[in-house]
Design a protein around this ligand. Structure first.
Ligand code: G3P
Ligand code: CA
Length: 327
């Protein structure tokens, strides 16, 4: 009888622990980052795509940044204009010897005259995601980082929300080579608009570890910093990243080691990062690019719930919210 009571009590304790773990897991706040805005629905990095992301209650809205000739940070993914604008029609004589058009060769006034469209392959002219907003339709323009901050802060005021910004400094080495201290310019703008500490709704990200480390140690930024990761071998550098950054942004595929008929096996990257106190925000969840997953729900279940990522970048902020809530 004593043995039975002991077994019964042990089972009760295990069951309570497992329920508590489940509750703690479901209570964890998952961060939804609108990748280039609600870019699954409107051309990436346009102001309308940012408004849509705000209306969809993303926690953060992303800005990829590149400098213009007159040192204005422009919200655009690449240092080139070729794949999202009509630059070759508008300024046919402004390409470099490599045949490409660089943001840094144009002033902000010149850039504002370009039409922005859904991303396309500049060699074939075909849009990358065929089922998204049609290429060449309606009218969209490039804008500055300041324009976008003012839009998001204005919407926060008018809606009573507190949605954050998630800027990325693109190609800092390229900017240094062109005589520009890009990070310094971005940090000054952030400070001017009230983003200077980890309590402010701003996460600053960069792929270049040397530059992000410089932002923390030389430029003395106190912002929440996320080290983006491109290659799986970078998992060996987590301790170094933790010496200056607060989080990592790996490609979601680097969280998966294999897929078999019995399911997904995971790498230890999330666990290792968490042990070092780093949050993990993988990129990029796309409903129209599922690769190894059967559904968007499965993608979110595996990367967020099974692997334990703290959030992630998505082109579809509404669908990510739905998938999180349906768990
Ligand atoms: O910054 C996170 C994610 O956006 C990284 O990929 O190439 O879209 O900037 P990319
Ligand atoms: Ca980015």
């Amino acid at each position: 009888m004593k043995n039975l009571t002991f077994i019964f009590l042990t089972l009760m304790i295990i069951s309570c622990q497992s329920n508590l773990e489940k509750e703690l897991k479901s209570a964890k706040k998952i961060t939804v980052v609108a990748h280039r805005g609600a870019s699954g629905y409107l051309p990436e990095h346009t102001l309308p795509s940012k408004v849509m992301a705000h209306a969809m209650n993303a926690d953060y809205i992303e800005q990829d940044l590149v400098l213009s000739k007159d040192d204005i940070p422009i919200v655009i993914h690449d240092i080139l204009l070729d794949d999202v604008t009509n630059v070759s029609e508008k300024y046919p004589n402004r390409k470099r010897e490599d045949g490409k058009y660089y943001v840094i060769d144009f002033t902000f006034e010149e850039l504002k005259k370009l039409e922005v469209t859904e991303r396309f392959d500049s060699k074939t002219g075909l849009q990358i995601y065929p089922n998204r907003f049609p290429k060449g339709v309606s009218s969209f323009r490039l804008h500055s980082f300041q324009d976008e901050i003012e839009l998001i802060q204005g919407l926060n005021k008018s809606t009573g929300k507190n949605i954050g910004i998630y800027p990325e400094i693109k190609k800092p080495k390229f900017h240094h080579e062109n005589g520009k201290d890009f990070s310094k310019i971005v940090l000054e703008i952030l400070t001017r608009y009230g983003y200077s500490s980890k309590d402010d709704q701003c996460i600053l990200q960069c792929f270049d570890a040397q530059e992000l480390e410089r932002i923390r140690n030389e430029l003395k930024s106190k912002l929440f910093l996320v080290q983006l990761m491109e290659f799986p071998e970078q998992k060996n550098l987590l301790a170094f990243y933790a010496s200056y950054a607060d989080g990592i942004g790996p490609w979601y595929k680097h969280l998966i080691s294999s897929k078999t008929t019995s399911g997904f096996s995971l790498t230890s990257i999330v666990e290792d990062a968490h042990k070092l106190g780093l949050v993990v925000h993988p990129y990029t969840f796309r409903e129209d690019s599922l690769d190894e997953f059967d559904s968007f729900q499965q993608m979110i279940d595996v990367i967020i719930h099974k692997a334990g990522a703290d959030g992630g970048f998505t082109d579809f902020p509404d669908r990510m919210r739905e998938a999180l809530e349906s768990k």
